[in-house]
Design a protein around this ligand. Sequence first.
Ligand SMILES: [Zn+2]
Ligand SMILES: [Zn+2]
Length: 327
Amino acid sequence: MKIKIWGGRGSLPSPHTPQEIEGRIRDVLERFASESGDRTTDRTTVERFLEKLPREQFGGYGGNTSCIEVSTEQQRLIIDAGSGIRKLGYELLAGPLGKGQGAVDLLFTHFHWDHLIGLPFFVPLFIPGNTIRNYAVQPELKDIYPTIFKKPFFPVPVQSLGAKIETQIISPRVPKMFGDLEVTPYQLDHPDPCWGYKITHQGKTFSYCVDTEAKRVSADELGADLPLYQNVDLMIFDSQYTLSEAVEKVDWGHAAAPIGLDLAIREGIKKIVFVHHDPAASDQKITDGYHQTERYYSLQKKQYQNAGQVLGEVEWSYGFEGMEFVL
Ligand SMILES: [Zn+2]
Ligand SMILES: [Zn+2]
């Protein structure tokens, strides 16, 4: 099973402004001049220099909204159609979907704009012969295409899309096979119903938990949704806010990294990756969140030590566009 984040930003695509990019390049060159000393600019020196740059000064975290690809040799699933799906669509054109001979399975967590906004730019939809199979727990799935692909919102009506559009409502908390991937939806905590997905393949499990405020954290509160966090090798989790912002923004539907980290420690999740970064957050602010989470994690370790307990190690990181994992 291969998992790739094709969009990790929340709420709205937020590419950098030219001023921000200029500021960043200036920062980088100044740093280079001060660190290189003799200002040697051969390729190796530059590459060596660039390799050392922290994420916020080089590539950043990306500005496309939620879209995740989960694939094995025989199956591909796409979760959510945020703006990240546009570039994934271009890549898929190299296969059967480019010739009008392909089919793809698209799962939706919910239908907020940041999870739909890329759909009209998903090119396989416009190629006759393709089949796009759509799945969600919410019955509103049936209305999504007729609503989006309609004037004056979009010039191509749903009847004129080249591909055949199929929709299927799936049952909550019931495993469903997609090829060799077993998928089970569990409910998250969001202002409109939103479903996370637990995906298992050959004994490895990936859990996708975006968008969620994670209001329910104890095993009792989570009840029937607790399995989403159990026996998980990799969890992608909502960290739109810092902990203090999350306290202020009650009912906004998003969490902070320490909340996910606590869940991961308690449930023995092996690795957790934080995404759905706030559209208002600069790359520097996201990295500041990373450092806050680092401090939180070492504090937790100390508290466990003081209580005479051993904290189960959790590998954690902040997600960025283009990040890939193999389970
Ligand atoms: Zn969202
Ligand atoms: Zn949402």
